[in-house]
Design a protein around this ligand. Structure first.
Ligand SMILES: NC(=O)c1ccc[n+]([C@@H]2O[C@H](COP(=O)([O-])OP(=O)(O)OC[C@H]3O[C@@H](n4cnc5c(N)ncnc54)[C@H](O)[C@@H]3O)[C@@H](O)[C@H]2O)c1
Ligand SMILES: [Zn+2]
Length: 408
């Protein structure tokens, strides 16, 4: 017989008991259970603006407005070397000037450091180590700030350094690529690659704030700019058919970098990613299903198979093409919807094929890697129609092979 004492009442300590299970024969071992649910609340401040460093723009000051002791805090800023180079280091000057103008409404900016951008930022522990060293050197406490300005890769690496410094100092992200603004910076994940595997090392940590400045995108090379829209296509396919129609309508203008079409698409994609993370009930990804990773089992594999020469954004476009064709071959996705998806990806100027798809055996090994990273059984999102994702737990290898060979 088992004595079951289930309670959802908060205790005097504020602990919420979930279940006390006392096996009948436990007296001999005298086990006492205090199994409890840990509930956490975080503010996730996400703002979009233009010209964040213009002293007349209050957006940056407002990020810090909730902290009454802000004048006593310090900040160390990390800037993506690609962004630094593209702006002739002017970005650092503008940042410094913004902090000077902010006066006591802002933390004291003690140092600005350029760190490598791109996937190589995640190749080793170099960037997290630099963050640790500067947090130590400048006595950045848990109420002070690490500011990271750059692409998704360096945000992941700097964010990881911030997450493990004092078990978490405040992180302000200023994403400077489309992909970082429309997806990566919205998340609560930080990390670096190890053993040739994406994000093998990392930590979940909610950033203190995310400030997206559309001006930062102006110096992006065309290919990097466009690559970020694969994540917008992904989230539209999963969650928002009307948004997908906007992308269909505006794809050519977006590819031509028309801000009037592109910026609303970036914001909508960001909002959908954010809503999923905040309202989806699984921000730290304890469940097996990871719908935001639609197209990603193959994407991550293509990145590592190419020694990270294929960018994450391009790999996601290719991964979407593969899983949409697979869904189509399975009879889940109609020919018409499949054609629409291919047309949008093509009109956005994203890659439509890659020779690495010919190595379908190596590709398929990615499914197992993906499963291992998520934990539990294989769970991959497939598509029944625009806005109709669903989970499957096995892949038909012959059909993956067929789809992959068509895209090689
Ligand atoms: N943490 C998450 O939830 C999450 C989500 C999605 C993607 N990611 C990660 O994000 C990474 C991809 O990020 P990305 O697509 O932003 O690419 P990226 O960070 O690799 O940057 C691409 C290139 O652009 C340069 N760059 C950055 N900003 C620039 C600017 N404004 N002007 C000129 N050059 C600039 C960088 O130096 C780099 O060379 C991947 O590692 C991916 O795994 C993380
Ligand atoms: Zn992604």
């Amino acid at each position: 017989m088992t004595t079951l004492c289930a309670s959802t009442n908060a205790t005097a300590h504020g602990l919420r008991e979930i279940q006390h299970v006392q096996p009948a024969d436990s007296s001999h071992f005298q086990t006492t259970n205090f199994d409890s649910e840990v509930r956490l609340g975080f503010a996730h401040r996400v703002r979009f603006t233009r010209d964040a460093f213009d002293p007349a723009n209050p957006a940056l000051r407002e990020v810090f407005a909730g902290d009454r002791d802000i004048a006593t805090r310090r900040a160390v800023a990390f800037i993506d070397a690609g962004l630094m180079q593209a702006t002739d280091a002017e970005i650092a000057e503008r940042l410094r000037a913004a902090f000077v103008a902010g006066g006591r409404a802002m933390p004291q900016l003690v140092e600005i450091v350029a760190v490598p951008g791109g996937e190589s930022a995640k190749e080793n522990h170099e960037i997290p180590d630099i963050v640790l060293q500067l947090v130590n050197h400048h006595r950045i406490c848990r109420k002070s700030f690490v500011i990271a300005i750059g692409g998704g890769a360096m945000l992941d690496a700097v964010g990881y350094g911030a997450a493990i410094s004092h078990r978490g100092v405040r992180l302000v992200r200023m994403p400077s690529t489309v992909l970082a603004q429309d997806d990566a910076a919205m998340g609560v994940k930080n990390g670096i690659n190890r053993f040739g595997k994406k994000n093998f090392v990392g930590a979940f940590a909610v950033p203190y704030a995310v400030l997206c400045d559309e001006r930062l995108l102006e110096t992006l090379p065309d290919a990097v700019y466009r690559a970020g829209f694969s994540e917008a296509v992904k989230i539209a396919l999963l969650k928002d058919p009307a948004f997908f129609e906007c992308l269909e309508r505006d794809a050519a203008r977006i590819a031509a970098r028309d801000g009037a079409a592109a910026n609303p698409a970036i914001r909508r994609s960001a909002e959908l990613h954010l809503r999923h993370i905040v309202d989806g009930g699984d921000p730290f990804e304890a469940n097996e299903a990871r719908p935001l990773d639609f197209g990603h089992w193959a994407a991550h594999r293509l990145e590592s198979m190419s020694a990270f020469k294929v960018s994450h954004g391009d790999a996601v476009a290719l991964g979407l093409l593969l899983d949409c064709r697979y869904s189509n071959l399975k009879g889940w996705l109609s020919d018409a919807d499949h054609a629409r998806i291919r047309a949008v990806i093509a009109a956005l100027g994203l890659p439509m094929r890659h020779p690495l798809f010919a190595d379908h055996a190596a590709l398929l090994a990615g499914a197992d890697e993906f499963r291992e990273h998520l934990g539990g059984k294989l769970t991959v999102t497939m598509l029944r129609g625009v806005g109709q994702g669903f989970e499957v737990h096995e892949l038909d290898h012959a059909l993956v092979r067929q789809a992959a060979l068509e895209l090689a």
